[in-house]
Write a protein that binds this ligand. Structure first.
Ligand code: MSP
Length: 636
């Protein structure tokens, strides 16, 4: 029977549609889930939505609708987004579902049965934060604001309490026995210090929830909102329903993945609730860092929301998935910018990975008639590199060090490029034709690229399947064994196809707002490889075109929408030349365009090609053509 692996994300609030923080968390969870699955585990992956509490009530009231109407609407957005990002969850829980209510009833019932005085009625006065739905201590309050900067309300009420103070010793013992319970370690240290400093009983606020849990002796039907939220992890498995086979199979969770802002709830309160109810504790909680904008946490309450859906729409989910995992050291904070995405895309994906793929495929295609070479090889430098780097990659994946895992994949790419340069297959072909030696060299290149794509499968699942097929491999063969050398068939059909990662013209895409310095990346392509063959150049369709109309693109300093005639038809292009040229001086000009570029959408306009211009310190200067040259003339 395979090992089980239960992974959860935080359940996301539904007061607004998801932003990059939520997208990141679900992408990370998806990468872990896909990796565990391909390693042979029986994975259960849960995500969902947190639909109770004041923030949702308030958001709904502002829009004049019921909380459940707002929730339904936002949940539909979640489903749409998770589909687009290819998130392979097994279950999606909503806290408004009946099965969740059953789970909450059951955990409270068990708490009351096991430890009848863990919940008691008392008087409470304190600083309550409606935005975080929690009370803060005097020490944590500055100018009537919570540490997250939200305004606080002084609240006094008769209240139920959870006897958290009783669990201080038990929690500290548990942490000692489970030294990897919380990760990263720095966060674990903070948690231990917090518990060590003494635990006050938790108030179970009346004000935070309105839906009815029958509460013994209490006509108000009150339940603590975070107890409600946290219980999703077991209610979704059927806890308390009488049909709890899934609970018995998958609980305790192998990994609760959450952001660092909610670590205390998951590593102190949740374990204490479970201890009180006599339910086993989760095995690990990982508190990831925040995506920041200008060094501030991206969040609805700060109002600096980033929803990089345009990036996903324009370049696909996989490059974005790769970017967030490669860019952020898992556990630390990271600033987000579209510029950083474009820089990393061009350097890592278009250049390192995409170019190596197309070179290798093209060589095999032309030297071996559209097939993988007929002779395999089991003694060479790329094989040795892969035997060293695959275990490193797997170790990093086990430690949830995604950035390090990806760096190891890129090390293999560097080795592959070095190998190609050293072997000079084009020279061999010229001198001796497609002999056995060339066959081995090209087969080694393709085989090592196959291993690269197998490692990358959880990160870029769609492109990995496509790339493996192009290489003549099996797109479904992505498990542990697939990382072993020698599985690429000989003389199997390959497909060169279009570029996997067409380069992004940064200036045009960003609209002249590139503010970040270029990112340092592994330089996988050695200078020799940067040269292209005449055939490669001829693939570019450069043509003379007449500009027939030009207008500024709204809200962009740099972009101009052009209507050009390319000799056959009119087409729309968007060019980043607005800082130098006024639209009226462009009409009637002859320019050179790249006519066979894949369309790209810039500021909502589909651009079909690119105008060539020299760049002098970022200022464009259009290439000009003699007046007598008709539109459509090929440039070479
Ligand atoms: N509903 C609670 C969680 C209850 S779990 C039993 C909640 N929801 S949330 O919508 O505010 O946040 C959901 C997750 O997104 C949390 O793990 C949170 O840390 C994460 N992020 C929210 N903003 C973030 C960033 N700017 N960056 C990265 N992740 C952050 O908290």
């Amino acid at each position: 029977m395979p090992q089980k692996f239960y992974i959860t994300t935080a359940i996301h609030y539904v007061n607004d549609v998801p932003h990059i923080g939520h997208m990141y968390e679900n992408i990370v969870a998806d990468v872990v889930a896909r990796h565990r699955r391909r390693m042979g585990d029986d994975v259960w992956f849960l995500t969902g939505t947190d639909e109770h509490g004041q923030r949702i009530e308030r958001s709904a009231a502002k829009q004049g609708i019921l909380p459940i109407e707002l929730a339904d609407r936002v949940v539909a957005d979640h489903h749409r987004l998770w589909k687009k990002l290819n998130i392979s969850y097994d279950d999606f829980i909503r806290t408004t579902e009946a099965r969740h209510r059953i789970g909450v009833h059951e955990i409270i019932r068990r708490m009351l049965a096991n430890n009848p005085d863990d919940i008691y009625l008392g008087e409470f006065e304190g600083w309550y934060c409606p935005s975080d739905e929690t009370y803060f201590t005097e020490k944590e309050v500055t100018d009537q604001k919570c540490p997250n900067g939200h305004p606080l309300e002084r609240t006094r009420e008769q209240n139920y309490f959870f006897r958290l103070s009783r669990y201080q010793r038990l929690l500290l013992d548990f942490y000692k026995k489970n030294p990897t319970f919380v990760q990263p370690q720095t966060r674990f240290n903070e948690v231990i210090a917090f518990v060590d400093g003494g635990l006050r009983d938790l108030s179970i606020s009346r004000t935070t929830i309105r839906w009815g849990i029958p509460w013994p002796g209490n006509p108000d039907h009150v339940v603590y909102i975070w107890l409600d939220a946290l219980t999703n992890y077991i209610s979704a498995l059927g806890f308390g329903s009488g049909e709890d086979a899934r609970f018995r199979r998958y609980w305790p969770a192998n990994l609760h993945l959450i952001g660092k802002d909610i670590i205390r709830f998951h590593t102190v309160y949740w374990p204490a609730f479970l201890m009180s109810a006599g339910v086993e504790l989760p095995l690990r909680v990982f508190g990831h860092g925040w995506w920041l904008r200008d060094n501030q946490k991206i969040s609805k309450s700060v109002g600096n929301i980033v929803r990089p859906e345009n990036i996903v729409d324009d370049f696909g989910a996989d490059p974005f998935r790769y970017f967030v995992l490669r860019e952020m050291v898992f556990g630390q904070d990271q600033n987000y910018s579209d510029e950083a995405f474009v820089a990393r895309y061009n350097a890592d994906l278009a250049n390192d990975l995409g170019n190596t793929m197309s070179r290798a495929l093209k060589m095999s295609d032309s030297y071996f008639g559209g097939k993988t070479p007929p002779t395999a090889c089991d003694d060479n430098d790329v094989l040795r590199a892969s035997r060293e780097l695959v275990p490193e990659f797997l170790r990093a994946m086990d430690e949830y060090a995604f950035q390090r895992a990806l760096e190891n994949v890129w090390r293999l790419l560097v080795a592959i490029n070095g190998y190609i340069v050293a072997k000079e297959p084009w020279k061999k072909f010229k001198e001796r034709g497609a002999d056995e030696n060339l066959s081995r060299v090209i087969w080694n290149t393709l085989e090592s690229l196959r291993i690269v794509w197998v490692m990358l499968a959880p990160f870029m699942p769609r492109l990995s399947a496509d790339a493996l097929t192009r290489l003549g491999g099996d797109p479904a063969d992505i498990g542990l064994h697939a990382m072993e050398w020698g599985r690429l068939p000989t003389s199997a059909p390959i497909r060169v196809g279009e570029s996997l990662f067409p380069r992004i013209d940064a200036a045009t895409y960003i609209g002249g707002n590139m503010s970040n310095p270029p990112i340092e990346t592994t330089q996988a392509a050695p200078p020799d490889l940067a040269k292209i063959s005449i055939d490669q150049f001829m693939e570019m369709d450069l043509r003379v075109a007449d500009i027939r109309a030009a207008e500024k693109v709204e809200k962009s300093k740099k972009l101009i929408k052009l209507t050009v005639f390319d000799g056959e038809r009119e087409r729309t292009l968007v060019a980043g030349i607005g800082t130098r040229y006024a639209p009226e001086e462009l009409v009637g000009r002859k320019v050179v365009i790249v006519a066979n570029l894949q369309p790209a959408t810039l500021m909502g306009i589909e651009s079909n090609g690119m105008v060539l211009a020299a760049s002098i310190g970022g200022e464009p200067s259009l290439l000009s053509v003699d007046a007598g040259v008709p539109a459509g003339t090929k440039v070479k």
